[in-house]
Design a protein around this ligand. Structure first.
Ligand code: FAD
Length: 324
C-alpha cells in the first residue's frame, strides 16, 4: 500500500528552489503510489508557488504564511511546519539538503523522535524496500540505508535526483493553514550575500573552479568569462581562497560546498583529497593543469595539460563560435 509523503519546499528570494522539485520526484518513489503532499512556509501569497509544486508532481500543497516567516529561521519555520506534520501524520518527509534543509530537518526529526537520513544522492525501490544511497568518508564510498520501521525522513542532495517534467495540466489543491508563529528568539537584521551575481554553487549545472594556479584575483577573470558563456558560475579551491584570490563563499570541498554539476572545469587545482570530497561526484570533470602528474587528472574525464591562461581564453572563443 502506498505511503503518504510530505515534501518541505524551499523558497529563496521569492521563488522555489529547484531542489524542491527534485524532492517531489524522490517523494514519488518513497510514496510507492501513495500521496505526495507539498508544504510551503513563508510570507505573503504562496499560492502560485504551491501550484508549481503541483505541476512538478505533488498531489496537493499546504501553505503556511505568516509575517514572521519573511526571513528564514529554524524556530519560525519549525513552528509553521510542525502542525502540518501533526495533522497529516505522514509516513515520509523529504527536503533538500541545502543550508536551510540541514538546519531545519534535525530540529523537526528530534521533535518527532525520528531518525534522519541526510544528504542522499539516490532513492530507489529495491526488492520491495525503499533504499537511500548517501556518500560517506567525504565521498570516497557510498552506503545504502533502508528504514524498516517508523517515519522515513530524508534530505536529498541538490542536482542528483532528476525532477519530473513540469506539467501545468496537473491538478491539485493548494490550501492555506493558519498557524501562529511567535516568540522567535533569533532576529535576522540583514542578509549580506557575498557572491551575489552568481548562480548558487550547490545547484549550478556548470562550475568553472580556480585554484592557486590562478595566481591572483584578476586571474579569475578568464574563468568568469568561461563560466558566463557556458551559463555557469565560478567556484574555487581552498588554496585560492586562502591566498585571498576570491571569497570563501566560493570554496568547494570537505570544508566548503559539496557540488554535483553536469560539468566541472578545474583550472590550476592540484586535486587534494579535501577538494575532491566536494566535487568528485560531478557528472563530467575537465581538468586544466600545467603538471601532468597532478592528482586532479585521476578523477578527470578530460584532461588538458597546459597553462590555464592559454587554454581558458581558447575555450571561451570556441564556445562563442559554437553559439554563432
Ligand atoms: P595547489 O595544491 O597549490 O595547486 C595548484 C595547482 O595549480 C598545481 O597543481 C599547479 O600545477 C597548477 N598550476 C599552477 N599554475 C598553473 C597554470 N598557469 N596553469 C595551469 N595549472 C597551473 N581544499 C579545498 O579545495 N577545499 C576544502 O574544502 C578543503 N578543506 C580542507 C580541510 C582540511 C582539514 C585541510 C587540512 C585541508 C583542506 N583543504 C581544502 C586544502 C587542501 O589540502 C589543498 O591544500 C588545497 O585544495 C590546494 O588548493 P589548490 O589545488 O588550489 O593549490
Amino acid at each position: 500500500m502506498g505511503k503518504k509523503v510530505l515534501v518541505i519546499g524551499e523558497i529563496r528570494e521569492g521563488s522555489l528552489r529547484n531542489v524542491t522539485f527534485e524532492a517531489i520526484a524522490a517523494a514519488r518513489i518513497v510514496s510507492d503510489g501513495g500521496e505526495v503532499i507539498g508544504v510551503l512556509s513563508g510570507a505573503g501569497d504562496l499560492h502560485e508557488m504551491g501550484k508549481e509544486m503541483v505541476y512538478y508532481g505533488a498531489d496537493r500543497v499546504i501553505t503556511v504564511a505568516h509575517d514572521n516567516l519573511k526571513t528564514y529561521t529554524s524556530e519560525g519555520h519549525a513552528q509553521a511546519i510542525f502542525p502540518v506534520i501533526e495533522e497529516e501524520s505522514p509516513e515520509g518527509i523529504i527536503m533538500g539538503h541545502t543550508s536551510q534543509g540541514k538546519d531545519l530537518t534535525p530540529k523537526l526529526a528530534s521533535k518527532l523522535e525520528s531518525g534522519l537520513i541526510s544528504d542522499t544522492t539516490e532513492v530507489a525501490a529495491e526488492n520491495g524496500a525503499i533504499v537511500f544511497t548517501r556518500p560517506i568518508y567525504s565521498g570516497k564510498a557510498f552506503e545504502k540505508k533502508e528504514i524498516t520501521d517508523g517515519l522515513v525522513f530524508a534530505t536529498i542532495r541538490p542536482n542528483n535526483i532528476p525532477s519530473l517534467e513540469r506539467n501545468d495540466a496537473l491538478e491539485g489543491e493548494v490550501t492555506t493553514k493558519d498557524v501562529d508563529v511567535k516568540d522567535i528568539r533569533t532576529i535576522i537584521k540583514d542578509i549580506i550575500r557575498k557572491s551575489s551575481d552568481g548562480v548558487d554553487l550547490s545547484e549550478a549545472k556548470v562550475i568553472v573552479a580556480g585554484g592557486r594556479g590562478v595566481k591572483s584575483s584578476e586571474g579569475f577573470e578568464p574563468l568568469e568569462e568561461l563560466a558566463e558563456v557556458l551559463g555557469g558560475t565560478v567556484g574555487a579551491s581552498r588554496g585560492a581562497c586562502d591566498a585571498g584570490y576570491c571569497d570563501y563563499s566560493l570554496q568547494i570541498g570537505q570544508t566548503g560546498k559539496v557540488v554535483t554539476p553536469d560539468l566541472y572545469i578545474a583550472c590550476g587545482i592540484s586535486g587534494a583529497i579535501q577538494h575532491l570530497a566536494g566535487m568528485s561526484n560531478s557528472k563530467v570533470i575537465v581538468a586544466i593543469n600545467k603538471d601532468p602528474e597532478a592528482n586532479i587528472f585521476n578523477v578527470a574525464d578530460y584532461g588538458i595539460v597546459g597553462d590555464l591562461f592559454d587554454v581558458v581564453p581558447k575555450l571561451v572563443d570556441e564556445v562563442k563560435q559554437m553559439k554563432v
